[in-house]
Write a protein that binds this ligand. Sequence first.
Ligand code: TYC
Length: 120
Amino acid sequence: MGFGVIAGAPGGPPRPPGGEDPRHEGEVATRTQRKVARPPRFKVVLYNDDYTPMEFVVEILEQVFDKSPAEATQIMLHVHHNGSGIAGTYVLEVAETKVATVHKLAEERGYPLRSGVESE
Ligand code: TYC
């Protein structure tokens, strides 16, 4: 890792013909890795309440969070028994959009289902 596009380095372009550049003969090419491009991720948390039907929460987990029916049921039951649970982990903008979608769909049906974003 960290060789970038140095000619002759692993993964880089081949060295030009004619052998090693005499100006750098014997030198070792090194480069400090400045930053790994890995944006922070955020958890979307679902909260339990006494009124939202279990089937609706499962539907949300399938449709908004792309969970399988089995996984969606597991997460819903975890939230039901523990008070909250993680629906998924995303970059911030996506996590915030998921929360807004959950609230919109729940409000349309008159359910008090709440969700929120937490840093990982
Ligand atoms: N506790 C709800 C019920 O018994 C079900 C429920 C599960 C609600 C998860 C919200 O995030 C939730 N109908």
